[in-house]
Write a protein that binds this ligand. Structure first.
Ligand code: A3P
Length: 323
């Protein structure tokens, strides 16, 4: 039995303009509705309900390595880094979503009545039955998830199993802008940036509220199987972060090898690496979009920036988390 509390978000239940916009602009062939789960009211697609128990009860192993993130915070970048470090610096040309699959991806795209919503390539088990696909992977398994701490498989939360957990977060302004482009290009969002931004700030997009997501994992940093990283640190000193991850995964590599890995993980190289680009999903060149700190300045007016800064101050004061 699952003990995860959830309820369907009903936009007609209240006069909430935010939820009405969620249903107006973010419903499509593969997304019929949304739920809110746990006391934090994490938003997830309605289809998640079909998997809520399976995810809670999902069997985890101490040898598993998880990259846990909110969407658009550098997940793929961290995955490629962790994959290489965990696999003797092997550079793989296998698609990252095949070798480092996304635990709950199936719950985001209800394809049962939408046979043509995505390219045919995605009508395969890694996408349409991700839990089963991951269950059968050889060990050690490398697993991506966007779930916050409270929704991770129970064995992780209780500490019964201690897989390595690498969490990455990013400043909310760039995260929101990157998420907007992602949702327009790949998740069927039909509104404009202003509506999207209000949904983000109100915690009404999938995997939000973002502050709760970050704090849910940062509060677990005392656990020795949890490593917390920041996108901005990866940008400013990738080599130091690579060394931190090597130590966390008990791997030792030469300075030369680490230099090579650093090059392999640069934005310029990753942009041309088909295995990490999701071109089949988003279209050519759309996933590796800007790859910088501060790209929000293109999409946000000074007023919006000021609103975000106030929101950041309110939500992260005294949390030990800064941007
Ligand atoms: P932008 O949209 O701001 O460019 P995720 O993998 O969580 O979906 O995150 C995607 C974001 O990470 C995108 O941000 C993408 O460009 C950025 N990214 C991916 N690889 C990167 C790299 N090697 N260096 C810097 N940013 C990278």
């Amino acid at each position: 039995m699952s003990t995860i509390k959830y309820k369907t978000i009903d936009p007609n239940e209240s006069n909430n303009a935010i939820d009405k916009n969620l249903y107006k602009y973010f419903i499509n062939d593969f997304r019929k509705g949304y739920i809110e789960a746990t006391d934090q009211k994490y938003v997830l697609p309605q289809y998640y309900v079909e998997f809520i128990e399976k995810i809670d009860n999902f069997e985890v192993y101490d040898t598993d390595v998880f990259v846990v993130t909110h969407p658009k915070t550098g997940t793929t970048w961290a995955q490629e880094m962790v994959w290489c470090i965990g696999n003797n610096l092997e550079v793989s040309d296998e698609y990252i979503y095949i070798r480092f699959p996304f635990l709950e991806v199936t719950t985001l795209f209800d394809l049962r009545d939408a046979p043509n919503a995505l390219p045919a390539f995605f009508y395969k088990e890694f996408f349409t039955n991700s839990l089963e696909y991951i269950r059968k992977l050889p060990h050690p398994r490398f697993i991506k998830t966007h779930l916050p701490w409270e929704l991770l498989p129970r064995q992780i939360r209780t500490g019964e199993r201690k897989p390595k957990i690498i969490y990455v977060y990013r400043n909310p302004k760039d995260t929101c802008v990157s998420y907007y482009h992602h949702c327009v290009n790949g998740e069927g969002y039909k509104g404009d940036f202003n509506v999207f931004m209000e949904l983000f700030l109100s915690g009404r997009l999938s995997f939000g509220p973002y502050p709760s997501h970050i704090l849910s994992v940062v509060q677990q940093k005392h656990r020795n199987n949890v490593l917390i990283l920041k996108y901005e640190e990866m940008k400013s000193d990738l080599k130091a972060v690579i060394k931190q991850v090597c130590e966390f995964l008990n791997k030792v590599y030469s300075e030369d090898d680490i230099d090579k890995l650093q090059k392999h993980l640069s934005f310029e190289v990753m942009k041309t690496n088909k295995a990490v680009n999701y071109d089949l999903f988003f279209g050519d060149g759309k996933f590796m979009r800007a790859g910088v700190i501060g790209s929000y300045k293109v999409d946000m007016s000074p007023d919006v920036v000021a609103r975000f800064d106030k929101w950041i101050a309110e939500n992260f004061a005294n949390t030990g988390t800064s941007f």
